[in-house]
Design a protein around this ligand. Sequence first.
Ligand code: NAD
Length: 485
Amino acid sequence: MSAHEGRNLIGGRWVPALSGETFTRRNPADVDDVVGAFPDSSAADVDAAVAAVAGGAAEWAATPAETRARVLEKAADLLEARAAELAAEIVREEGKTLAEASVETRRTPMNLRFHAAEAVRMSGQTYAAPGSALVYTWREPVGVVGAITPWNFPLNIPSRKLGPALAAGNGVVFKPSPLTPLTAQRLVEALLAAGLPARALALVHGGPEPGAALAGDPRVGAVTFTGSTATGRAVHAAAGPSRRVQLEMGGKNPVVVLPDADLDRAAQIIATGAFGLSGQACTGTSRVIALGEVYEPLLERVAKLAGKRTVGDGRAPGVDMGPLAADFQLAKVLDHVRIGQEEGAELVTGGRRLTGDGLERGFFVSPAVFAGVRPDMRLAREEIFGPVLAFQRAADFEEALALADATEYGLASGIVTRDLGRALDFARRSRTGLVKVNQPTTGMAMNVPFGGLKESGTQTFKEQAGPTMMLFYTQEKSVYLSALE
Ligand code: NAD
């Protein structure tokens, strides 16, 4: 397959980095396969991109809402028409399986259509005022939005930021993950082909340097970020106290299993949440908290399901777990497998780098299940972001709740039980932004608000959907109006 030559989009032109530097992205299933070379941008490229969008955003803001909506709908049509090709590219670039990539290419056009409808739904309010005066609120775009995204949903997450930002009439500077630059470029190409004025959007490839420059640029009115908690903290600090920031960050998501649960069903729910996307979902299950006698039989069932996963190139038929997305992801997983054993946890299955049949050219691991994990162990506290599952034992429901909450994270949690009262109690008391009852912690509906609690998110108007989603991308004025008597 051919290697792509990527460019930044700045001021309506596809350009290399000002320095001329590039970075190379390789297929994580086969590092001999070069996906492409992309601009290794610096703060200077971001400076030019923000200046261009700051100049071009007004044209887009003045474009009628119906026209903005039509552009997003057309972009959705274009992405849908290329869905099969795009899914194959995502597998090659990010490593997930074709089935997983196809969910993403189906979902993204739906997102953009949803956001298109929001463009024409934007409204203000009127208020009672003395005499013949009228007071109303007027909602307008914030100006330039900075969007910084991770690699694990390279099309879907950017669409959830660019869609509503553009629907509201903002210009956007988009800094995607350096692991998935080609998919980012495809989204931008679709928006341009759909008629978006090219100066309303900039694409700047690269890593931390352009990300930090974008977060810290005072011309950027709102920064929307998805990524790790450590980077989110840096983004928040760079943006400073006076600019709005939306952070969606890491997780250490537990599933509590009560004694009344159907254990075969519970094991399936856990394995789906833990090993789907090779464990690289922010909402992925990384801990199981089993009550009393449920522990051993559940462990046995989950370990069996882990062992049945077919790991390989996501494009190959029958494969249900692709490689990890990068060498540093592989190193992190193998490190934590070692650390877990050193800390005294029992490795029940998996946790090995896979080789043979060409697998050594990619970042493949077998899904790992650990037993006997105590709350003070790093396995129980740190986000690994890979297929490593930690079993913890709880004596009763109260201890299970306490263990579930015993990390800095608060993204997703789950409970498996037939007891509706317990499930509702868990949902009410769980300090996570998403609670799943008898469902995997992964998998979110596109029409539902999304966001974590604690160190997993800022809940700044929540993203993805819901009545407050557009508030992040707009600012409001209160207008007092009187007739001259
Ligand atoms: P990351 O934090 O390493 O990078 C995210 C983005 O930030 C990338 O574009 C990166 O280049 C950029 N960046 C890096 N340093 C920066 C800096 N100093 N200033 C500004 N930007 C900077 O995360 P990742 O490895 O791409 O993604 C995995 C992480 O994302 C996991 O922690 C996962 O839980 C999280 N995630 C969260 C959600 C959610 O909705 N809560 C969704 C997906 C992924």
